[in-house]
Design a protein. Sequence first.
Length: 114
Amino acid sequence: QVHFVESGGGLVQPGGSLRLSCAASGSIVSIFLMGWYHQPPGKQRELVASITTDGFANYANSVKGRFTISRDNAKNTVYLQMDSLKPEDTAVYYCNIVNRINVWGQGTQVTVSS
């Protein structure tokens, strides 16, 4: 099991930006696909962005063009730059390995509200 600790969430106004970080308890260099998920209030958790070991990224339509995922394998950290935030982006954000059963972290709360 690899444990992740998410940080960087907070309260932001619509149109604002946040940068989330996800620190792993061990090396992520051999983990092919890492992802950021969000869980809006009352809804299921869903994948919003993913990135391969060599940096190929993919995004959910709802965040495409506004969010950017990146990873620093040397620092065992994955990032999510969130720009042009909307109220519907309000959710708890988690990072995890994609397509593999792994323990979930506590997540970080993002609230977009005026």
